[in-house]
Ligand binder design. Structure first.
Ligand code: GDP
Ligand code: MG
Length: 713
């Protein structure tokens, strides 16, 4: 072997929610999304780093409960493991939940690969009075057993040392403990294993053939993807399974599971001592849940918590937002004073600065909102909110996992759409994907805050809250419509996991907030700048405009009059009128006017139309478009954000504004989400359907708001 550091590929394998991603981040110091929420990771993530002169390539596999499973993300993990791409498997177990964690381990052992076992959440386990005999565990499992507390960074160095030591052991010397099955199962397995061996005498070793035989007997189409003709094996498996089930009265899967749990039970009685009653630990969680998941109180409490969250987001955010507003204004004024008047000045000040300034003001709100979302996720409440929504859907006869990724959509629809991969039933998965765009992502928040601030003053918090409620209710309604009328197939019921409540770690909450702040600033520097420049150009050209009257002459005439309040007012009026005419004859004005008849029944004008169209590319551009479109009004009041709010409140009635908010909330997913939908459904058809479906719902609801609103007022 050469002196150059070898590369070790290490795959993290474990159940959902056992701390894989936390460990991954701590080991490699990276920024993958972590949450106390089953199944957050759906794609393979990979990071490289060095330890003691060795290069380690760490792969975070999606969480799985078993290697016999069917959902797409579980298949990713399984294929990765089967292809033996890793030098060392790092099996992460939840030390506080070993019965469940070890079920996967029993199947990993059968792979016969070099494995290190991390008993994570040891802090949690200790609280429950659990202690583990690590040396015994190591020898029984056939690989180093290390205890870790990933969130606290404990045991990580030992773990890496163990991984490196394990990687240096030659493959032939790896001894993993076989699970022993009863004689009937075992004889069938051996029979099948022989057949597989005959089919691949040279390419597959003993472990691989045995593993395939066991999987086949467990009812898994494990040979799929192998190129030889294996139909005779399948036939034999069918016969063996039939005979076993006849003679034992149990399904084959159950027999294997019993054997595995027998192994686990035996192992744990040897290596685990519990000094506290295990149910005690769940006592507190159960107590809290008896309130938060209460049949009658659960939902009102959820609403109350949400309401408090949005109220707090709005009122707390106002203060730092004011500072940023002044800062932006100060910078803009100074730069504006330094530059000579002209197109470049206008592009920079009225285009880029107006657009960026209008959006950057919302950073504090986003941070506060994400503080709450991270708090809910970390404590375990986010999982409860999905549970509540799911339970409510049972009233409509809808069972399903469709609601698991729903609440994630409050952050951004793209990862939420991707997370639907964990859903096995194709129908539930499709519903989950199609209703997700109705969940109000954080990028829509700035527009809501702008409109609420401009039109609903002291009720702004309530107005924003109502958007989120409409968002949830629409998503649920859409689920009912889709499952009744559009998508075929049944949905199976399932058990939704409720992780125990945990005291959140400040570390990860700050981390989430930092991540969001970073995304936000990047977005302001990217999408917003491009959007603002584009909109500015389109509204500034053509420069030669055929005005309906000679404004310049009229202005000169009035200017000649002696100074008076009336003279100043007519001057302002004339200038505004000219500006309006100029804008409406610009390229943007012409395009907006061409489309705006569609929105006329909703009371939206061509400027609203432009904002709507721009939001289709990315929702956060909506506010920037308004800022650029109304930039001249801002000049007069002196304060850009204040000016924008004033201009808006003159351009629209509160009813139209609310209709606009509803429309912005529900219409068409942004381009990235459409792309994600296409990727996940593998169909442009569903992506197109999603756009049309949400556009029609948005239009109908906005129209309802306008109709009812005008009828009331
Ligand atoms: P994954 O689904 O396996 O990737 O799990 P995550 O890394 O997302 O972790 C799930 C939850 O467990 C998060 O709330 C973590 O903060 C928490 N967590 C992870 N490791 C530990 C640990 O060692 N001790 C405790 N108490 N909590 C942990
Ligand atoms: Mg994860």
């Amino acid at each position: 072997m050469s002196d150059a550091p070898r590369i070790i590929t290490v795959a993290l394998v474990g159940n959902p929610n056992c701390g894989k991603t936390t460990l991954f981040n701590k080991l490699a110091d990276t920024n993958a999304t972590v949450g106390n929420y089953p199944r957050v990771t759906v794609e393979l993530q990979e990071k490289h780093f060095e330890h003691n002169g060795w290069r380690i390539c760490l792969v975070d596999l999606p969480g799985i409960y078993s290697l016999t499973s069917k959902s797409p993300d579980e298949q990713i993990s399984r294929e990765f493991l089967r292809e033996e791409q890793a030098d060392v498997l790092l099996n992460i177990l939840d030390a506080a939940n070993l019965e469940r964690s070890l079920f996967l381990t029993t199947q990993l052992l059968e792979l016969g690969q070099s494995t290190v076992f991390a008993f994570n959440m040891i802090d949690e386990a200790k609280k429950q009075g659990i202690s583990l005999a690590l040396d015994d565990l190591s020898s029984m499992l056939g690989g180093p057993a290390i205890q870790t507390a990933a969130v606290k960074g404990k045991g990580l160095d030992l773990l890496l040392d163990a991984v490196i030591a394990q990687a240096q052991i030659p493959h032939e010397e790896i001894v993993t403990t076989p699970i022993s099955y009863d004689t009937h199962l075992e004889s069938s397995v051996v029979k099948i294993q022989d057949m597989v061996h005959k089919l691949y005498p040279d390419t597959l070793d003993h472990h691989q053939t045995r593993w395939l035989a066991i999987k086949l007997m467990e009812g898994d189409d494990a040979l799929q993807g192998y190129d030889n003709d294996y139909s005779h094996i399948i036939e034999m498996v069918r016969r063996e399974r039939y005979d076993l089930e006849r003679s034992h009265g149990d399904s084959c899967e159950t027999m294997f599971a019993h054997a595995r749990f027998g192994f686990i039970h035996g192992l744990l009685s040897e290596v685990r001592t519990v000094s506290i009653d295990p149910l005690k630990h769940f006592e507190l969680t159960s107590k809290i849940d008896s309130l938060l998941l209460h049949r009658l109180l659960g939902l009102p409490l959820f609403l109350l918590i949400m309401w408090t969250m949005f109220k707090a987001t709005f009122s707390l955010g106002n203060i730092p937002a004011g500072w940023i507003e002044h800062g932006v204004e100060w910078i803009t004024d100074h730069i504006s004073a330094l530059m000579s008047k002209g197109l470049l000045h206008d592009l920079l000040i009225d285009g880029i600065f107006a657009g960026m300034g209008a959006v950057v003001v919302f950073l504090p709100y986003i941070l506060i909102l994400f503080f709450f979302i991270a708090l809910f996720s970390e404590t375990g409440y986010l999982a409860r909110s999905s549970f509540l929504l799911d339970r409510m859907m049972h009233t409509f006869g809808l069972h399903g996992k469709a609601f698991i990724p729903l609440v994630m959509g409050f952050g951004c629809n793209v990862p939420a759409v991707m997370a639907s991969r964990t859903i096995e039933s194709p129908k539930a998965r499709l519903i989950a994907i199609l209703i997700n765009p109705f969940m109000s992502c954080a990028q829509r928040l700035p527009a809501f805050i702008l409109f609420s601030g401009a039109f609903f003053a002291e009720y702004a918090g309530q107005a924003i809250f109502s958007m989120y409620m409409i968002s949830i209710v629409t998503a649920m309604g859409a689920a009912v419509i889709l499952s009744r009328f559009v998508i075929r197939g049944g949905t199976e019921s399932f058990v939704m996991e409720l992780p125990p409540y945990r005291v959140p770690s400040i570390d990860s909450i700050l981390f989430h907030m930092w991540e969001k702040a970073y995304d936000f600033v990047r977005m302001v520097g990217g999408v917003i700048v491009i959007g603002s420049i584009l909109i500015w150009f389109l509204q500034a050209f053509p420069q030669e405009i055929d005005y309906s009257q000679d404004y310049q002459q009229a202005i000169t005439r009035i200017e000649a009059q002696s100074e008076s309040a009336q003279r100043n007012e007519s001057l302002t009026n004339l200038r505004t009128q000219q500006e309006l005419e100029r804008m409406s004859k610009s390229y943007l004005g012409q395009a907006g006017q061409a489309i705006s008849p569609i929105f006329a029944p909703l009371g939206f004008d061509w400027k609203d139309t432009v904002a709507i169209v721009s939001g289709f590319f990315a929702k956060e551009v909506v506010v920037a478009s308004y800022a650029v479109l109304y930039t001249n009004n801002a000049d007069e009041s002196g304060n850009a954000s204040e000016g924008l709010r004033n201009a808006l409140s003159q351009a629209m009635t509160p009813v139209t504004a609310f209709a606009m908010m509803v429309f912005l909330l529900l219409y068409a997913p942004c381009l990235s989400t459409v792309a994600a939908i296409k990727r996940e459904t593998k169909s442009w058809g569903w992506a197109g359907f999603s756009i049309l479906f949400s556009l029609s719902i948005a239009y109908l609801l906005a129209f309802a708001v306008v109709t009812v609103g005008h009828w009331i007022i």
